[in-house]
Design a protein around this ligand. Structure first.
Ligand code: DLZ
Length: 152
C-alpha cells in the first residue's frame, strides 16, 4: 500500500478464486493497473484468476455482483475516470464507488477498489504501476481484497 499511513500488507491467497473486473477507458493506464494486479496475484499465490472486461467504470458494479454471486472469493475492480468539462465525471465516479460498495456489503464478498478518479491523465499515470509511476493501485487493490478475505 502507499500514501501517508498506509499499512504494509503481505498476503497469501493460495486456493482463492479471484475475479478482476476491469473497465476499458484510458488504455495505457488500464494496462498498467491490470499488469500490477497480475503481479500481486502471482505474488500472493493466486492461480484461479478470471478477468472480465467491461466498457466503462459505470459497468463495474454489475460485473462485480455477477462474479460475487457466482463463486468468486474476492473481486478486484479496476478503472480510470478522468475529469472532463462536464459533470459526467461525478456521476461515473459516484456510480462506481456506491455500486461497488453495495456489491461488497450485500454479498459479503470483498471488493478491492482499484478505480482511479483523477483530475488529469498524469495523475492516473503516476498511480498506474507503470515504469516511472509512483504508485501501483492495481496491485494495492488485489492486496486489500485478499487481505480482507483472509481476515474474515
Ligand atoms: C462516458 C464516459 C466518460 C466521459 N468518461 C469515462 C472515464 O473517464 N472512465 C470510464 O471508465 N468511463 C467513462 N465513460 C464511460 C462510462 O463509464 C460508461 O461506460 C458509459 O456511460 C456507458 O454506460
Amino acid at each position: 500500500m502507499s500514501g501517508a499511513g498506509a499499512p504494509q500488507i503481505t498476503v497469501d491467497g493460495t486456493g482463492l478464486r479471484v475475479t478482476v473486473v476491469a473497465a476499458s477507458w484510458h488504455t495505457e493506464v488500464m494496462d498498467g493497473l491490470l499488469a500490477g494486479a497480475h503481479r500481486a496475484l502471482a505474488a500472493a499465490n493466486v492461480t484461479h484468476v478470471r478477468v472480465v472486461r467491461v466498457p466503462g467504470s459505470f459497468e463495474l458494479p454489475v460485473a462485480a455482483v455477477r462474479a460475487a454471486e457466482h463463486g468468486a472469493d474476492a473481486v478486484v475492480a479496476l478503472g480510470v475516470v478522468i475529469r472532463g468539462g462536464t459533470p459526467h465525471f461525478e456521476y461515473v465516479c459516484s456510480a462506481a464507488t456506491t455500486g461497488l460498495t453495495d456489491v461488497s456489503v450485500r454479498t459479503g464478498v470483498p471488493v478491492g477498489f482499484g478505480v482511479l478518479t483523477c483530475d488529469d491523465e498524469q495523475q492516473a499515470l503516476d498511480r498506474a504501476g507503470l515504469p516511472g509511476s509512483r504508485e501501483d493501485k492495481g496491485a494495492e487493490a488485489v492486496e486489500a481484497a485478499i487481505a480482507t478475505v483472509v481476515a474474515l
